[in-house]
Design a protein around this ligand. Structure first.
Ligand SMILES: [Zn+2]
Length: 208
C-alpha cells in the first residue's frame, strides 16, 4: 500500500471517530437536559435547594422575604432568613451548630424565617407541583399557620446535618415536629430534660 493511500485512510478513520464522538456528545447533552427537570422536581420540600432554586427562578420572593439561595446559609449568617428567627431558636441552632462542627458535621439552613408573601408563593408552587391543595398542605402550611412565618421553625440541611440534629437536637431544645419532614426543627425548651414530644404524621395532623 502506498503512503498517500494509507494517510488518506487514516484521515478518513479519524474523521469517522470524531463524528461518532460528536454524535455521542449531542446524545449525552440531550439526555441530561431531559433528565434535569425531573430530577429537580422530585425531592419536593419547602426547604430543599430544588424548591429554593425554582422559587428564585419563577417567584418574586427575594432574600428580604427569607429566600435562601442554594443551601449555603449557616445559622450564624446575617440574612433575614436567620435574623428573622425567634431569638431563643436562633441561639439554640447556633449552639447545636457548634457542637455538630466539633463532631465534623456541618449544619446549614435551607429555610428559616419567611415572609407571609413568600409562604403564599411556596403554597401556590406546591399546589401546582402536587396537583391539589390537600396534598400540598401536607408539606407547606398557609401563611397564617406556618411556623416559618412567625420565625419559630428552621429547615436544616444538608441531609447529614439534619440527621445529626435529629439525634442530638433534644440536648439543645431542638425537636423534629413532623414525621414526614426530617429537616424541620422547632424549639421545645423542655426537650433537654423531657425529650422531644411525639411527632405529628404531617402538617395536616397538627392543624386538625
Ligand atoms: Zn419547615
Amino acid at each position: 500500500m502506498n503512503t498517500a493511500l494509507a494517510r488518506s485512510r487514516r484521515r478518513r478513520a479519524a474523521t469517522a471517530v470524531t463524528a461518532t464522538l460528536v454524535v455521542a456528545l449531542i446524545a449525552l447533552i440531550l439526555t441530561v437536559q431531559q433528565a434535569l427537570p425531573t430530577a429537580s422536581a422530585a425531592p419536593l420540600s419547602p426547604g430543599s435547594a430544588a424548591v429554593a432554586d425554582s422559587t428564585a427562578a419563577a417567584g418574586s420572593a427575594t432574600a428580604a422575604d427569607g429566600l435562601i439561595d442554594g443551601g449555603r446559609v449557616t445559622v450564624f449568617d446575617d440574612v433575614p432568613a436567620v435574623t428573622g428567627l425567634d431569638d431563643a431558636l436562633r441561639a439554640a441552632l447556633q449552639r447545636a451548630a457548634r457542637a455538630a462542627a466539633s463532631d465534623g458535621v456541618e449544619l446549614r439552613l435551607n429555610s428559616g424565617w419567611r415572609s407571609a408573601a413568600y409562604q403564599r408563593q411556596l403554597l401556590q408552587e406546591a399546589e401546582a407541583e402536587y396537583g391539589s391543595i390537600e396534598e400540598a398542605s401536607r408539606w407547606v402550611a398557609t401563611a397564617d399557620t406556618s411556623e416559618h412565618v412567625t420565625g419559630d421553625a428552621a429547615d436544616v440541611g444538608p441531609r447529614r446535618g439534619a440527621e445529626w440534629l435529629g439525634h442530638h437536637g433534644a440536648d439543645f431544645g431542638l425537636c423534629r415536629v413532623y414525621a414526614n419532614e426530617p429537616w424541620h426543627f422547632e424549639l421545645r425548651a423542655d426537650a433537654a430534660t423531657d425529650g422531644c414530644p411525639r411527632m405529628y404524621a404531617d402538617a395536616t395532623e397538627r392543624r386538625r
